[in-house]
Design a protein around this ligand. Structure first.
Ligand SMILES: [Fe+2]
Length: 362
């Protein structure tokens, strides 16, 4: 739970939006209606418009809790990541968007390049979120992370055979690897991180070697790759960690059956660490409820929201010291992860996509 002081701060911020200058024009924000604690629970104009491309139903709990804590209503507009960017761009100065949330550093970078974020200063956010997970000028912030892991069939692969992404070009893996297509941003970001670590030429040679070891032409999403491994269509696959944890933590017997056949491996523990990506967002360039938008982002960095990313969607929190209830994720929380800045992953996106195309990765 947020402290009362913080709750009041949110309400005061919301009130600022409504009253604009009068109450908030200089110096400290005062507690509204301090003499009547029941007043001020529903501040005028206490709403914000959230544009989200996070495709997880469990996010609803985040928004509901934010509203319960602050009295600020969340109007949710959902769309695919690139669609969302185009929509905000075409709405221009009249865009109702207050906060834009998306997945993947590559897409945050695209949104940044499209000019749809505005920089914000927030001590809460800069203190809570590690520097490699946020844009230096405050354009966007990462709130949860996910590792791009190797999933293996426990009957066919001993984890001691696994080491790095780079080692997956070994001929011993010929016809044994499943992965989704190069049009998928998760793969583009993984390759972008390898360009940073290994250089362009070595990464292109790696991509060619990986394609040569594919068990099948890329198809489906990350869950489909895990099923392919469980079903013996492939022996290993590269997928995001939350898809694995979701199956392991599922009550559905069919999911449990898949989960019982697979293991999750974090590659590159002896060098730079496993590639991780973020989901995050920022305040929209023309946000009509800017203060509420900042309050929402600060809420996402709170201990309560950070725990919900893990409990609800099996993502890793980005704020250090967040207690984890998710028993499966606990097993992996100490794994070494690649510290490359999310902005570099974004910047390398175009080069990664071209390289994968040249390598014949469909
Ligand atoms: Fe996903």
């Amino acid at each position: 739970m947020l402290s009362t002081v913080r709750r009041w701060k949110y309400q005061a911020l919301a009130l600022c939006s409504a009253l604009l200058v009068v109450a908030c024009s200089g110096g400290e924000v005062t507690q509204p209606n301090a003499s009547d604690p029941t007043a001020g629970n529903t501040p005028v104009n206490a709403e914000m418009n959230l544009y989200s491309s996070r495709h997880y139903d469990t996010d609803r709990a985040l928004y509901d809790n934010f509203t319960a804590e602050t009295g600020i209503k969340v109007n949710l507009i959902e769309a695919d990541g690139d669609e969302l960017i185009e929509r905000v761009k075409s709405e221009g100065e009249n865009s109702p968007a207050d906060v834009i949330l998306t997945v993947d550093a590559g897409r945050l970078w695209r949104a940044q390049e499209a000019g749809i974020f505005q920089p914000i200063q927030s001590e809460i956010l800069t203190k809570a979120i590690p520097a490699n997970f946020r844009q230096a000028d405050g354009l966007w912030f990462g709130f949860s992370s996910r590792a791009r892991v190797i999933v293996y069939n426990k009957d066919k692969v001993d984890p001691s055979e696994l080491s790095t992404y780079e080692a997956l070009t070994d001929p011993k893996w010929k016809g044994r690897i499943a992965i989704r297509s190069s049009s998928n941003m998760y793969n583009q970001s993984m390759v972008a991180s390898m360009i940073d670590a290994d250089g362009l030429d070595a990464t292109e040679a790696w991509a060619k070697g990986l394609v040569a070891n594919f068990a099948r032409e890329p198809e489906g999403n990350d869950t489909d790759q895990i099923s392919a491994v469980a079903d013996g269509i492939a022996d290993i696959a590269i997928v995001n960690s939350y898809y694995v944890a979701r199956l392991v933590n599922s009550d559905d017997p069919a999911d449990q059956e898949v989960a019982s056949k697979i293991g999750m491996f974090f590659p590159n523990q002896e060098d730079r660490g496993t590639h991780i990506n973020i989901s995050g967002g920022g305040v929209a360039a023309h946000a009509p409820h800017r203060d509420n938008a900042i309050a929402f982002l600060e809420y996402l960095a709170s201990p309560e929201a950070q725990a919900l990313f893990a409990d609800g969607n099996n993502e890793f929190p980005v704020v250090e010291g967040t207690p984890l209830n998710n028993e499966y994720l606990k097993e992996f929380v100490d794994r070494k992860v690649d510290p490359v800045h999310a902005e570099i992953i974004g910047k390398n996106n175009a080069a990664a996509l071209q390289l994968m195309d040249r390598a014949g990765w469909r």
